[in-house]
Design a protein around this ligand. Structure first.
Ligand code: ARG
Ligand code: GLU
Length: 715
């Protein structure tokens, strides 16, 4: 680091855009060309072809996207999967009740018959990745409008999918990279019979809850286990009791050696979304407008939810997953603003842009093509600001109020009633299933309070044009509390029984009953107001920005030819690598890179919502009964490294220099969450649970020896 700093001072600007070794989410098939040399210099002992190889089993064959939102990895030759507790949490919650509270007590299958099926959950393997830019951008001309451009791209994608060979059980996915300047094709295989195998109690799997979330030092055993089932030919199949455990092409070996400071690590998974190549004008808006708005709204939502959850055990279970999700981004955005501010991200962007502009000026072709781009971006971001703000209000408010979610499902149902009979019947079933899910996690009194609070934010904090005329009119005669009382007592849509009764009718009767409902009227008025006042101008402006952003990306690729660019995360498979190391969160403070169970006992508070732990864990700790997983009488728990990760990397394996599994990625540190917009090697760290803590919990705490016996442990 010191070395880098000195060079930076000497060459001043040139470092502001250097990709530091730790930065980057790299495409696995390009590692050999772009990264292998550097990875080896940083300590990697295997070859890029051990990570990605389409001709023989490689590490990539052990990595899956879990449900499209997390990552998981195969850790036995019987399809056993490891992922985070918070990734499997929805499944755990769905199987939980007051009598069988797996959230609280954990769940372990001691044989395969006890494993629990999870309708809707799936995992996808990546079979191959190929660049297809030329086929997809064929016939595209720079004079085209964005609409013309997109329609040709869509046609080219459809054609390529038709022409490309694949097996019947495979899918083809084609995605844009570098803001649409490149395209890659993924051949995938998706398994749909995924069973829950094990999860520790929340007091271990989510130890420290919201207080510790996004924080270091950390002591969370954030893991759960699933198993992939396949048909008798080992191919994807819908759930069936006759399915058998999947035999993988490759599973990960586990190392119990642990990590030392400076050791090489890599994280292999499906990062969701980053925006590393935005202009300073865009970053400024996120920091000063969008993040603060969303943070404020979520603050109110969480307060209300919490006040109900602490009073009632059933509500606590019902709202647990929702609460955790809302809180998660709420806290992350706060860290993001803090990190961007402290690391002077705007100043860094400004120097980068200054250098960019001076390079552009030195080349007449660039000057005519890209000369105005930064100014144009800045203007368009100014134009979009009020609409983006209105979008934030709408997106943060509407989904939080469950009766609006109900109305939205019914709205989709009504639309299908104008279609053929088959569509009608199909969507009736689907709508009812969705409503079942909504009402399972619905507390009317809580929802009404959210409605009152959020509707007043909606009315008071926005320009008058964006507010529903109907609501404004109601508010001239009644206050929001009276309006809410009317709706929650008289609407036909506030109980599942009522709704079931309504949709039993003939379509026309159903349509009348729903359309005359006050709640439905309000929902429609709010969404229509939003669509005309906000969504359509927003989408026009966004199209302009996307085009500028695409050109700006191409410009950066052209101008900084020698820089190794990595594409922003887009939920595709990536490798990120770095070294195990601590960091300095603030002046005068230094964080160590490892935590131990001693820290759990330091934080332990009996009976506490966040920091209680099961008695058995305390007993094992006191007896120092760590089995083969402890070192020198201490049990390691978590560690940090400089891998560049983001949401979606949860559940990703942390691998050592030999490609052995040493940990499980589950978080980033608070001061570094800005890495989605601006990675800074000084303070950006990913947080992993040590595999030895995972195995200690499975083996010593849960005594699920059956699972340990399946794994391949290399010592
Ligand atoms: N911050 C981690 C992630 O972004 C973990 C979230 C789950 N934990 C929680 N307390 N909400 O997803
Ligand atoms: N917990 C995150 C996830 O669910 C990973 C942490 C991050 O955003 O880096 O993917």
């Amino acid at each position: 680091m010191m070395y880098k700093k000195i060079i930076c001072i000497i060459t001043l600007f040139s470092c502001s855009f250097k990709t530091f070794a730790d930065e980057g989410m790299w495409l696995p098939q390009l590692l050999q060309t772009l990264n292998e040399k550097e990875m080896k210099k940083m300590g990697m002992k295997i070859n890029a072809s051990d990570i990605y190889n389409i001709n023989k089993g490689s590490l990539k064959d052990a990595i899956v996207s879990l449900g499209g939102f997390c990552t998981a990895e195969v850790i036995s030759n019987q399809g056993l999967l490891l992922t985070n507790h918070h990734c499997g949490f929805d499944a755990v919650q769905n199987h939980s009740s007051i009598e069988n509270n797996y959230i609280q007590n954990g769940f372990w299958a001691y044989n395969k018959q006890q494993e629990l099926q999870n309708p809707g959950l799936f995992v996808s393997f990546i079979i191959s990745i190929d660049e297809v830019t030329n086929s997809i951008l064929k016939d595209i001309k720079s004079s085209m409008t964005e609409k013309e451009r997109q329609s040709i791209i869509d046609k080219n994608i459809a054609q390529l999918k038709k022409d490309h060979k694949k097996e019947s059980y495979q899918d083809l996915i084609i995605k844009p990279f570098f803001e649409g300047n490149k395209y890659y094709l993924f051949v995938t295989e998706t398994y749909k019979d995924i069973r829950l195998v094990g999860a520790p109690p929340s007091s271990i799997g989510n130890f420290g809850k919201d207080t510790d979330n996004w924080m270091w030092p950390r002591h969370t055993g954030d893991f759960s286990m699933f198993r992939i089932y396949a048909d008798k030919d080992n191919k994807p199949a819908a759930y069936s009791p006759n399915n058998v455990p999947y035999t993988p092409k490759r599973s990960l070996n586990i190392s119990l050696k642990g990590m030392k400071e400076g050791d090489f690590t890599m994280v292999f998974g499906f990062p969701g979304k980053t925006n590393e190549y935005l202009s300073g004008s865009a970053i400024e808006q996120i920091m000063k407008v969008n993040d603060p708005t969303k943070i404020n709204i979520r603050h109110e939502v969480l307060d209300i939810m919490k006040s109900f959850m602490v009073k009632d055990e059933a509500t606590k279970i019902q709202y647990a997953a929702k609460y955790a999700n809302i809180e998660n981004a709420y806290k992350k955005w706060q860290g993001e603003v803090l990190g961007l501010t402290r690391s002077d991200a705007l100043q860094k962007k400004a120097s980068y842009e200054k250098l960019f502009s001076s390079k552009i000026k030195s080349n007449p072709a660039w000057e005519s093509q890209y000369g105005r781009i930064l100014q144009d971006l800045s203007n368009e971001y100014k134009n979009i600001e009020p609409y983006a703000l209105a979008r934030d209000y709408y997106n943060e408010i509407m989904p939080r109020i469950e009766i609006f979610n109900t109305a939205s499902v019914l709205n989709t149902l009504l639309q299908s009633y104008s279609k053929d009979i088959e569509t009608k019947n199909d969507s009736k079933g689907k709508s009812l299933a969705k409503l079942e899910d909504i009402f399972k996690e619905y507390n009317p009194a809580l929802d009404q309070q959210l409605f009152e609070k959020l509707m007043m934010i909606y009315v008071n904090n926005q320009s008058a044009d964006n507010i529903s005329p109907l609501l404004k009119q109601w508010l001239t005669t009644k206050d929001i509390h009276a309006i809410a009382n009317d709706i929650y007592t008289s609407s036909v849509m506030t109980t599942l029984e009522n709704i079931k009764g309504i949709v039993k009718n003939e379509p026309n009767t159903t349509i009348d009953l729903i359309k005359n409902d006050n709640l439905f009227k309000l929902y429609t008025d709010i969404t229509e107001t939003y669509n005309t006042q906000v969504a359509s101008p927003l989408s026009m402006l966004q199209t302009n920005i996307n085009k500028l952003q695409r050109n700006y990306m191409q410009a950066q690729l052209d101008v900084f030819k020698n820089k190794n660019f990595y594409p922003d995360a887009n939920s595709t498979l990536r490798v990120t690598y770095g070294n195990v190391k601590g960091y300095q969160p603030r002046d005068g403070m230094k964080y160590h890179f490892y935590t131990y169970m001693d820290g759990i006992m330091e934080k332990y508070k009996a009976g506490d919502y966040e920091f209680d732990v099961p008695q058995k864990l305390i007993d094992l700790y006191k007896a120092k009964d760590f089995g083969r997983y402890g070192v020198n009488g201490r049990q390691p728990v978590c560690f940090i490294a400089s891998n560049h990760t983001t949401g979606g990397n949860s559940g990703s394996p942390a691998l050592d220099a030999y490609g052995n599994l040493v940990g499980l990625n589950f978080d980033r540190v608070w001061e570094g969450t800005m890495s989605d917009l601006n990675y800074n090697p000084e303070i950006c760290r990913n947080v992993m649970v040590d595999i030895r803590y995972v195995l200690f919990i499975v083996d010593k705490y849960a005594e699920a020896k059956n699972l340990i016996a399946e794994m391949k442990i290399v010592e």
